[in-house]
Ligand binder design. Structure first.
Ligand code: TEU
Length: 553
């Protein structure tokens, strides 16, 4: 594999392992299934894969509730399978990022079980965030923090006979995901040992779950939830909350970076950082901390020229200050798929998924031309839409379960992906049913239905990735804006060898005629409505509504 700082310009493909490929017919994807599909990923042209957790887990939160950080959930495979995965991926020049969950363990973790067998105040309980309750009988939680998945962020610790101890443990997520105490030295050591365990097996790095959440403000003060942004944006919320983005969290990543740097080649980190702005984000990527971090502000910018432009500028400027590459992401396993998110809604409240696809393809091509690295989420290369009509009885998102079905959109992007055939499970599983049911309409969106089909979304991704690799100006490097008129966003990327690529995105609903100076040397477009035209001033490219194009500059 070619070395260097590959993460500065990588295209990383996120695998949600339970929903990728099932080898044993139980309806749940697994590691051997993923191994059989590595050729597909190599053919797609990705540089690395990030795999959501596959550790032993009760699966109350899709594996983000880890029972044992050094064993594989038997439903997903074995340690031998992971060793095979690493070597087979590396043979294909695909790097592997695993997912580490350091904010909380599962309540099935040996630590939590040890704690439950003792009384609060014990060394075992000190590995978790435990406080005395409020009120005379200490029957009120220690503060007003809520769980991200609804309800109180605290659960009572009980004696063996079920009576309350007056102490409570914190869980920013599900009650079965107790937050660990990062003031405890066992916690530091355990995670360092875990990093080494996997680095020694040859993985290339980790995505860090809730990387902004590990440290809580001293004294655990109440949070003024009224301050919370009315926009509903998680990012805005994180500007104030005493449990997100605390300065102390950076010490942990300095400690981890030293471990990653001991290896040859050095291992890398990507933080899952829901922080309020690009300045706060860049702090995570100071030279002795994480290599990269997710840039969710861009994801939240949606299909909006002004917001996209602002987010891009702020991201690039702030990352430059810490000499770190930006990352870009449009979809993942926690958000509504971008085809659906970007689809316009008509007067009857119905989303136009055809235009959603047009926009999603354009947004992807545009984003792939930005400087830095890009994260793709499995199935977006097929143009999958969000499955919005899952029956309540099949849903598993803890946010859905804890909110009484009023929140919890996350199952809809986790439906297993279609590989081939005309009926579910579309080649996903050798058994008939997948753990979340797939819509019948996915027959047209399967890998087999799109592979080698001109203009399919899969072929667009393949072509985009191939050109991105071949063009010296794409990936890391400078960006120069050429146009921002509210409808068309366009920039030029230039390489030291003098070559350049122009990327133009037409967010409007009419045709955009690009300036003559940009030429007609067409590389790829996200839609079919692209034509060279002769005008009095010279030849130029015209692109249809909601379409992006790359031109050789
Ligand atoms: O996500 C963190 C998460 O839930 C954020 O969306 C959260 O709202 C944010 O931290 C608030 O600022 C990760 C995983 O991606 C997700 O699947 C897990 O459920 C979660 O952590 C808990 O491990």
């Amino acid at each position: 594999m070619s070395g260097g700082e590959w993460w500065r310009h990588a295209v990383v493909y996120q695998v949600y392992p339970r929903s990728f490929a099932d080898s044993d017919g139980d309806g749940m994807g697994d590691i051997p299934g993923l191994i059989t599909r590595l050729d597909y990923l190599a053919d797609l042209g990705v540089d690395a894969i990030w795999i959501s957790p596959f550790y032993t887990s009760p699966l109350n939160d899709g594996g983000y509730d880890v029972e044992d950080y050094r064993s594989i959930d038997p439903r997903l495979g074995t340690l031998d399978d992971v060793d095979t995965l690493i070597s087979q991926a590396h043979e294909r020049s695909i790097r592997i990022l695993m997912d580490i969950v350091p904010n909380h363990t599962s309540s099935e973790h040996r630590w939590f079980k040890e704690a439950l067998a003792t009384e609060p105040g014990s060394p075992a309980w000190d590995r978790y965030v435990v406080r005395e309750g409020r009120g005379e009988d200490r029957e009120t939680p220690p503060n007003n923090w809520r769980s991200v998945f609804h309800g109180s962020g605290w659960s009572a610790i009980r004696h063996a006979d079920g009576s309350p101890t007056g102490y409570w443990y914190l869980h920013l997520f599900d009650p079965t995901q107790p937050d660990v105490n990062w003031d405890n030295t066992d916690v530091h050591q355990e995670f360092i040992d875990t990093l080494r365990f996997w680095f020694d097996r040859g993985i290339d790095g980790f995505r860090i779950d809730v990387a902004h959440g590990l440290v809580k403000e001293e004294g655990l003060p109440d949070y003024d939830y009224v301050k919370k942004s009315e926009s509903g944006s998680i990012l805005e919320d994180s500007a104030h909350a005493p449990f997100w983005d605390q300065d102390g969290v950076h010490d942990i990543y300095r400690e981890w970076r030293k471990v990653a740097d001991e290896y040859d080649p050095p291992r890398v980190f990507c933080g899952e950082t829901w922080v309020p702005n690009a300045e706060r984000l860049a702090r995570y990527q100071r030279p002795d901390e994480l290599h990269t971090s997710f840039n969710f502000a861009y994801l939240e910018a949606g299909w909006d020229a002004a917001r996209m432009r602002t987010s891009i500028d702020e991201t690039i400027a702030n990352h430059a200050r810490v000499d770190a590459p930006p990352t870009w992401v449009l979809s993942n396993h926690d958000v509504v798929r971008h085809r659906t998110r970007m689809a316009p809604i008509d007067e009857d409240g119905v989303r136009d998924l055809e235009r959603g696809l047009l926009r999603a393809r354009a947004a992807t091509l545009f984003t792939l031309a930005l400087p830095g690295s890009m994260y793709l989420y499995q199935g977006e290369e097929l143009g999958l839409f969000e499955v919005v009509d899952l029956a309540p009885e099949v849903r598993q998102d803890p946010a859905w379960l804890r909110s009484g079905g009023t929140d919890g959109t996350r199952d809809g992007c986790r439906v297993p992906i279609p590989w081939s055939g005309s009926s579910p499970s579309f080649g996903f599983s050798s058994g008939a049913a997948s753990w979340l049911p797939q819509p019948a309409g996915w027959a047209q969106l399967s890998v087999a239905a799109e592979r080698k089909v001109e203009d399919s979304t899969l072929e667009l991704y393949r072509l985009g990735l191939r050109i991105r690799r071949a063009e010296a100006s794409l990936g890391e490097g400078p960006l120069e804006w050429l146009c921002d008129d509210g409808t068309v966003l366009a920039f030029r990327r230039s390489a030291p060898d003098g070559s350049s690529v122009i990327c133009a995105l037409n967010l409007g609903t009419g045709i955009a005629r690009l300036p003559v100076e940009w030429g007609t040397d067409f590389l790829v477009a996200s839609g079919q409505d692209v034509a060279a035209m002769s005008t009095d001033e010279g030849d130029r490219i015209a692109i249809g509504a909601e379409t992006a194009v790359w031109l050789k500059g």
